[in-house]
Design a protein around this ligand. Structure first.
Ligand code: ADP
Ligand code: GLC
Length: 450
């Protein structure tokens, strides 16, 4: 099949979280199955690892579009970057005109693919940033040959909708007025890009079975549960790129390993690097610092956890949280906080820690817990969304209550098991579990109509 995969970030070119991992690892898995995949993503000023070569200024779209194609062969996937002045900024998102920027990106995509003579059987859309493509493919100004594709929308995070004034969005996109009603893309008098994708795509999916259930309830639905119940949502558990995240070959870690015994060298190296006592177990977190990730209960339990563990946190986001962690680090010798986004340190933390903290308030899927398990690092995770689907007691420490108390008690219990036979059994199972895309990629092909 011919598949166009549209994503607002894609590793290793742009990344703020797990969507970027999915946007590279799923297309690579599909290409390995023999499908022809083109990934289209914005050409950010900060794009890494590639200099896309300039192809043409696109006239068909309202976006004065710059386009580049990079790395057509390495993993059998074609990576296409579409840009223009709207993406010449220091960050990917967080601007007041984000809805305008991504509406223009969506309008450019079918023209770009057409220009490349790529006529997809399926468009795989991801999150609100590509949601408007669903109605555009049906009713918008797109080349006729692009219209025949099936569209699949995957929701990676229902918390972000992409909302803006209805009149503006209809006029920027040229979508017919009648799409701007409550059965269409309207939501509380605004245009809602995610809802546009939910209503007008052929199939809606999300990234774990448990989250598929949660988002159809009023508690987890962020106001879109009604629309989701009406459409139905398929929950397909994400995989990870098991070649890239592989303790036996990882280029970022000092010594490779494939079992708990071999992991000792990585543990010691991390403690040396961060000046921590290797005789204590290390509990880590690599995360965006946002309320979704359970910051409030993490802070509530931190004092107690720091009595039992070395604590390592790598993350960026909420500035209050960063300040709090900096202060905490200065007052405790066994706590390390690194602010910022650091791919190589992240690998060394996954490899060199004993346990991994993921106390999320909600979690659509979560990749970090799967990565840590692959490196023999046991997750202490709240059993919500994809964490409930991937962290059973046989390979980690799940807890249910969203409270400091439940987190602290679970961390204490995990600490009491460190280096026991039970711990070793869990590590063995975690490292043996198949987190690859093999099953999920086949399920997506079925959704694409293959
Ligand atoms: P989310 O997408 O909600 O942020 P996931 O668990 O799905 O959470 O994916 C997070 C991805 O981002 C993982 O690959 C993780 O290693 C990476 N990551 C998060 N924060 C950082 C950071 N500060 N430095 C390096 N990698 C990070
Ligand atoms: C989102 C979610 C995360 C998920 C990732 C990839 O960022 O927050 O839970 O793993 O997308 O699907």
């Amino acid at each position: 099949m011919k598949i166009a995969f549209i994503s607002s970030e894609v590793h290793p070119f742009s990344k703020s979280g797990g969507l970027a991992d999915v946007a590279s690892s799923l297309p690579i898995a599909l290409a390995k199955m023999g499908h022809e995949v083109v990934v289209v993503s914005p050409w950010y000023k900060t794009l890494k690892n590639v200099t896309p070569y300039y192809l043409w200024e696109l006239e068909a779209s309202r976006l004065s579009t710059r386009m580049g194609v990079a790395d057509t062969l390495e993993h059998g996937v074609r990576w296409v970057f579409v840009g223009g002045s709207l993406f010449d900024r220091d960050s990917y998102y967080g601007y007041s005109d984000d809805v305008y920027r991504f509406s223009q990106f969506c309008m450019a995509v079918p023209h770009v693919l057409h220009g490349l003579h790529f006529f997809p059987d399926a468009y795989h859309l991801n999150d609100w940033q590509s949601g408007l493509l669903a109605p555009l493919l049906r009713f918008g100004d797109v080349p006729e040959a692009q219209r025949h594709a099936r569209s699949v929308l995957s929701i990676h995070n229902l918390a972000f909708h992409g909302r803006w004034g209805l009149r503006d969005v209809l006029s920027w996109t040229g979508l017919p007025d009648w799409t701007g009603n409550p059965d269409g893309l309207e939501y509380n008098s605004d245009a809602n890009c995610l809802k546009a994708g939910i209503v007008y795509s052929d199939v809606v999916s999300t990234v774990s079975p448990r989250y598929a259930f949660e988002i159809t309830t009023p508690e987890g639905g962020f106001g879109l549960d009604g629309a989701l119940r009406a459409r139905g949502v398929r929950g397909i558990l994400n995989g990870i790129d098991t070649d890239y995240w592989n303790p036996s070959t990882d280029k970022y870690i000092p010594k490779h390993f494939s079992d708990l015994k071999g992991k000792q060298a990585a543990r010691e190296a991390l403690c040396r690097e961060l000046n921590l006592d290797p005789d204590r177990p290390t509990l880590s977190m690599v995360s965006r610092l946002s309320e979704q990730k359970g910051l409030s209960i993490m802070f509530g339990a931190l004092e107690e956890m720091a009595r039992d563990w070395n604590i390592v946190i790598l993350g960026s986001g909420d500035s209050g949280a960063e300040q709090g962690l900096n202060w905490f680090m200065q007052t405790r010798p066994n706590v390390h906080f690194s602010s910022g986004f650091n791919e190589s340190l992240a690998h060394r933390i996954y490899a060199g820690s004993d346990a991994f903290l993921m106390p999320s308030l909600f979690e659509p899927c979560g990749l970090s817990q799967m990565i840590s398990m692959r490196y023999g690092t046991l997750p202490i995770a709240r059993a919500v969304g994809g964490l409930a689907d991937t962290v059973p007691e046989s390979r980690g420490y799940p807890f249910w209550d969203y409270s400091d108390w439940a987190l602290a008690a679970t961390a204490r219990y995990a600490r009491s098991q460190w280096r026991s036979e039970e711990w070793e059994k869990k590590v063995n199972e975690a490292m043996r579990t198949d987190f690859s895309w093999d099953t999920a990629a086949k399920e997506y092909v079925r959704l694409y109509g293959g």
